[in-house]
Ligand binder design. Structure first.
Ligand SMILES: C[S@@+](CC[C@H](N)C(=O)[O-])C[C@H]1O[C@@H](n2cnc3c(N)ncnc32)[C@H](O)[C@@H]1O
Length: 431
């Protein structure tokens, strides 16, 4: 059966309005301006390769793949676009830069900035910018300036006098080289990569630094290409199927861990196990604890095990997400969580348990467990930590020694402040 163009248009607008209702109900759309933008821009016109229903699902639409099958460009999920645009606080007349293009989000931004605003969208991939230009012209957003360049080095003449009022980054950002391009008081929203997670964060530029002031949102984005591509710094412990990424630059040797992580009779010892008595619900995110541990513990890394390379020493091996881990000489500790009951909602209740491996594994495990307890007693109730990002003009020494809750990137130094808000639950005794 074929549908007439008129039927398709009314189907698309019905699906679009349904999507907006959902984004509103879920509190991703919070202002009338963002709602109007989502009701106006025809998302399906930027994703002609997928059926209408897929274009209006609250999900990512992959639009370009690398030869090895990796997605290298996509239209981001509507819930995340809505959250990031709300965080960007774009006003009519604003000069806005979008980093990472595709067309749809630039059209939403153009609606927010209005006829007196100026929108620039920039992408490293000429296939993406050609496509974006085509779709933006076809939908009437031909005022959007489209630039093909590596965002690591913004082309001369791109930044307006006084800087952009808002910069919206829509690609995995390990670093933030764009602070100089932002106006004082301007907003920058980016999926910042901190130890294995992307956090969509809204910042305001105050006295040359970026200050966050809203909860961080865990999200996922396609990898940055070009000069700003991040280095996972992923090391493999020989003969174990265990990998340790130190993506924030702490470069430690890992060969000495092989004995602790190898199931050989002469070397085998049971791991040290520390039960923390601190629990988490099956639906409750663990991400903020991981961010806390990443800042609190020197030598923090994430631990991955090859799915078919499990040597039974790490039992159970981390499955969906790499585990929080620390290396101490020939020993290692990692965070696990064990199901203890079904929880009030049937989704399960889990206890944080730290395992230590190697001759000093019990000490490493104690060190990590102490920080889990510190987080529980001092910071677990915090709605969000506060981030301050100071530019370093590309001179930061990524390998500098550990400073608690400071993440040193190439262009920026990020300090995470954890407000003191004790937990109001999560101890096994209090349920
Ligand atoms: C998730 S897509 C952007 C989504 C888009 N903003 C939308 O309308 O939903 C991320 C884009 O970032 C681009 N990208 C990757 N590395 C880049 C770089 N160094 N500079 C500029 N763009 C880059 C990719 O080519 C890809 O098209």
């Amino acid at each position: 059966m074929t549908t007439s163009p008129a039927t398709e248009v009314s189907d698309a607008s019905e699906l679009r309005h349904q999507l907006v209702e959902q984004l509103h109900a879920d509190n991703h759309i919070r202002t009338a301006a963002v709602e109007r933008a989502f009701r106006t821009v025809p998302r399906h016109a930027f994703a002609p390769e997928v059926p209408l229903k897929a274009a209006y699902a609250d999900d990512t639409v992959p639009t370009r793949h690398a030869p090895d099958g990796r997605v290298i460009s996509s239209i981001s999920a509507p819930w995340l676009q809505a959250d990031m645009l709300e965080a960007a606080r774009i006003q009519p007349g604003h000069h806005v830069l979008e980093i990472g293009s595709g067309g749809y989000n630039a059209a939403l931004i153009a609606e927010l900035a209005g006829p007196t605003g100026h929108v620039t969208t920039l992408d490293i991939d000429p296939t993406v910018t050609e496509r974006a230009a085509r779709f933006l012209a076809a939908t009437g957003y031909d005022d959007v300036r489209i630039v093909t360049a590596d965002a690591e080095h913004l082309p001369a003449g791109l930044v307006p006098d006084g800087g952009f009022d808002a910069i919206v980054v829509t690609v995995d950002a390990w670093d933030l080289p764009w602070i100089g391009a932002l106006a004082q008081g301007g907003r920058l929203v980016a999926p910042l990569r901190l130890h294995g997670y992307h956090w969509a964060i809204g910042f305001t530029k105050v006295n040359g630094a970026l200050l966050s002031d809203e909860p961080l949102i865990v999200c996922g984005f396609v990898a940055m290409q070009g000069a700003g591509a991040w280095n996972t710094n992923r090391r493999t412990v020989p003969g174990t199927g265990v990998h340790l990424p130190w993506e924030d630059g702490t470069r430690q040797p890992v060969g000495q861990l092989a004995a602790a992580l190898t199931r050989e009779p002469a070397l085998t010892r049971e791991p040290a196990v520390i039960r923390t008595n601190i629990t988490v619900g099956g639906q409750e995110p663990l991400d903020l604890l991981t961010l806390y541990l990443a800042g609190a513990l020197p030598g923090f890394c994430r631990l991955e095990v090859d799915p078919d390379g499990d040597n039974e020493v790490l039992n159970p091996p981390p499955r969906h997400w790499p585990a929080a881990a620390i290396v101490r000489g020939t020993s290692l500790a990692r965070l696990t969580h064990e199901r203890i009951d079904d929880g009030n909602d049937g989704k399960g209740r889990y206890e944080f348990v730290v395992h230590g491996y190697g001759d000093q594994g019990h000490l490493a495990a104690q060190e990590m467990a102490k920080q889990v307890e510190h987080w529980q007693h001092n910071h677990r109730g915090a709605r969000c930590p506060l981030l301050t990002v100071r530019p370093t003009a590309g001179h930061a020494t990524v390998d500098a020694g550990h400073e608690p809750h400071v993440f040193a990137k190439k262009h920026a130094r990020i300090t995470v402040d954890w407000p003191i808000v004790p937990s109001n639950g999560g101890n096994r005794s209090t349920g």
